[in-house]
Design a protein around this ligand. Structure first.
Ligand code: GDP
Length: 423
């Protein structure tokens, strides 16, 4: 295994369609479980006279984490011949959005689980929509519980057909579909002889064949400023601008421009801290740099490099969003929009289109209800720096806070009122 190659995948699907079971299988079949864990869980089941389930493995790992021992609740790891995978288990829409948008975890691919017996549910569609909106293009659809439909090809194809039609309506091309049984371990790590009609890859083969992150270091430099840390070294007062690089790279002598303020200075030194928490932690390494001049900047600005494509800076944005709030999104309330490390008050100005994320039926009105997808315009209290979704998935994603709760998220598709005169 190339220990340097990590790939983040998110797993989504309607509740009970088999996510935990599939994760448990993937961990067990790739020998990625802590030693003795499988036996221990099986033993517990025996003692309690209940049948063993792979889903219990995940629960057990999470419990352990709760006691502060080994594992991150939202993420589990497994490795194949090719690389290490980090599975981001997103129990609900909100957790999923939070993970994606706060940058704690950025998935290069997604596994979307559909129960072969139950078929496509509203959430199967909503999740698909969410993935496409967040710019996750590699989606592998797992038709699970094939054992419950006698491994019938017709049933599999029926679901594939239905889901494909939905995806094409929202402009997504599914990477692939795989008929599996998480419970029985069919087509997960090895080809199933129960489904000789299926000639495609197993889940693991498929994952190993996916493309890893497009080379983000070749893109323009973007780093949301997380904080400015002052300290004294050798009698010198120094200030480190810290954050996590979204894209691109930074080198000593680069001229950095901060947006929206437009302040700039040359990079004097680049420093990097490694969070020693876990060797596989992807979000673990943060970067910092010092500047030649002591300019005053604050958390929330977007650090860019002069000469590269500048970001958009605006107080009015057109977005595509997924609304999950208990209350409707309307123009009577104030929201907070969070993008990178920026947080700004936002007011709904116009609803351009609104549609149900699972039925795709359109409605015309000036508010947005839970589980709807909408194209809306926001007016912001002050300018923010960002990129349009067509240029970057990282710096165009945002979440909306309504009354302290994440209530929606999406991407910025256009900048309506640019701030001139920054350069
Ligand atoms: P989650 O809510 O998506 O994480 O679903 P779970 O993994 O907890 O599974 C829900 C139920 O479906 C559990 O009782 C599993 O044992 C069962 N299940 C999961 N995968 C399969 C499968 O491939 N075949 C069968 N027969 N049952 C399954």
């Amino acid at each position: 295994v190339n220990i340097n190659e990590n790939m983040n995948i998110v797993i989504v699907g309607h509740v009970d369609h088999g996510k935990s079971t599939i994760i448990g299988r993937l961990l067990a079949d790739t020998n990625s479980l802590p030693q003795g864990k499988l036996e221990q869980v099986k033993e517990t089941c025996r003692r309690n006279a209940k049948p063993f389930e792979y889903a219990f493995l995940l629960d057990a790992l999470k419990d352990e984490q709760a006691q502060g021992i080994t594992i991150d609740a939202a993420r589990v790891f497994f490795k194949t011949q090719k690389r290490k995978y980090i599975i981001i288990d997103a129990p609900g829409h909100i957790e999923f959005l939070k993970n994606m948008v706060t940058g704690a975890a950025r998935a290069e691919a997604a596994l979307l689980v559909i129960d072969a017996k139950e078929g496509v549910r509203e959430n199967s569609k909503r999740h698909g929509y969410l993935l496409s909106m967040l710019g996750i293009k590699q989606v592998v659809v797992l038709i699970n519980k094939m054992d419950l439909v006698d491994y019938r090809q017709e049933r599999y194809e029926e679901i594939v057909e239905e889901y494909k039609t939905f995806l094409s309506e929202i402009g997504v091309e599914a990477e692939s579909f795989i008929p599996i049984s998480g419970f029985m371990g069919e087509n997960i790590a090895s080809s199933s002889d129960k489904m000789p009609w299926y000639h495609g890859r197993t889940v693991l083969e498929k994952l190993d064949g996916l493309e890893n992150k497009e080379d983000v270091k070749d893109q323009v430099f973007r780093m949301p400023v997380q904080g400015i840390y002052k300290f004294t070294a050798n009698g010198d007062d120094r200030r480190i601008i810290a954050g996590t690089i979204d894209t691109g790279k930074i080198t000593v002598e680069d001229e950095v421009i901060f947006y929206p303020s437009g302040k700039k200075s040359k990079v004097k030194s680049v420093e990097r801290f490694h969070a020693a928490k876990m060797d596989e932690d992807i979000a673990g390494s943060a970067t910092g740099f010092t500047l030649e001049e002591q300019i005053y900047i604050t958390r929330g600005e977007l650090a860019c490099i002069a000469g590269e494509n500048p970001p958009e800076v605006s107080t009015q944005i057109k977005t595509k969003l997924f609304w999950l709030g208990k209350e409707d999104l309307n123009n009577k309330r104030d929201y907070y929009l969070k993008l990178g490390t920026q947080k700004v008050k936002a007011e709904l100005q116009e609803v351009v289109t609104v549609l149900d994320a699972s039925t795709l039926s359109k409605t015309e009105r000036q508010y947005v209800q839970r589980h709807e997808v909408a194209e809306v315009v926001f007016k912001l209290e002050k300018a923010i720096a960002f990129d349009k979704a067509e240029n970057s998935t990282e710096t165009s994603r945002f979440v909306l806070i309504d009354n302290y709760e994440i209530s929606g998220g999406g991407i910025i598709v256009d900048s309506l009122k640019s701030q001139e005169g920054l350069l």
